[in-house]
Design a protein around this ligand. Structure first.
Ligand code: SAM
Length: 241
């Protein structure tokens, strides 16, 4: 199926066995890609469902539901103190490719920015595009920004880690390898700090909330690199265990 074009649709576009294509989707399929009636493409709803579809005038006729098996066997939520500039765009894109489930921008003590609503829309678009490109079944949810304390208690999870570059903390991989990954879907939360790092108080509060403080190695990573490293470790461990 890899060679077929994928089109993201919203739930209300699927009516009975037909997909009502938006004007720009039809234009893209028929004019840009030059698909003709009868040519196939894939429609994805970003919520776990894919369909093989045949173009038929301005509609898509559903031929069959497809099985997608590209999701991690754990739900990973990232709490990310906002880095400066447009660094968050890259974090959203790459972490979506790596399999993240939810991303929450966090306003921490040393966060420099409070994001605008346009930024949030932009991140959601980036997540949708990256999910489509990386053949994810689900589009990760990008939350509105919350304070550090709100973020810590936002999700129920079996495993919660807060990354800290200084101090003698166990490596994330060591902590993870103590986890028995059962067949049931486990939930993990990972928190990464801003350029200025976490304050001592924030680390203490996180520990009180059940977070384990972990290292990602001996070098200090940029705020945009650390989440990618954490996600890569967890994704590789989950897929190879
Ligand atoms: N200004 C901080 C300092 O000098 O310690 C560095 C902050 S770092 C640029 C941004 C965030 O990335 C940190 O708060 C931490 O969450 C994460 N981070 C960076 N390097 C790390 C490492 N080696 N281990 C764990 N977390 C790391």
């Amino acid at each position: 199926m890899a060679q077929l074009q994928r089109i993201a649709i919203s739930q209300n576009q699927l009516q009975d066995n037909r997909i009502v294509l938006a004007k720009e989707q039809h234009h893209y399929l028929a004019r840009v890609l030059r698909l003709s009636d009868g040519d196939k493409f894939i429609a994805i709803d970003g919520m776990g469902k894919w369909w093989l579809v045949k173009l038929q005038a301005e509609f898509g006729e559903v031929l069959e539901a497809l099985e997608v098996n590209t999701e991690l066997k754990a739900s990973i939520s990232l709490l990310l103190a906002l880095p400066k500039g447009n660094g968050f765009d890259d974090v959203v894109r790459v972490c979506t490719e790596l399999g993240v489930d939810r991303i929450v921008p966090i306003i921490s003590e040393r966060t420099l920015l409070n994001p605008s609503s346009q930024k949030l829309d932009r991140w959601r678009r980036i997540a949708a595009e990256a999910a489509e490109q990386s053949e994810r079944a689900f589009v990760p949810t990008i939350y509105e920004s919350v304070t550090f304390n709100q973020g810590l208690s936002l999700f129920e999870a079996e495993h919660k880690y807060i990354c800290e570059g200084r101090g003698d903390y166990p490596h994330l991989i060591e902590c993870w390898r103590r986890v028995q990954v059962s067949s049931s879907h486990i939930r993990v939360v990972v928190a990464v700090g801003p350029e200025g790092g976490w304050s001592t108080r924030e680390l203490e509060v996180a520990v009180d909330e059940g977070f384990e403080v972990v290292s990602l190695g001996k070098r200090i990573l940029r705020a945009v690199t650390a989440p990618v490293v954490a996600l890569s470790i967890l994704a590789a461990e989950l897929e190879c265990s």
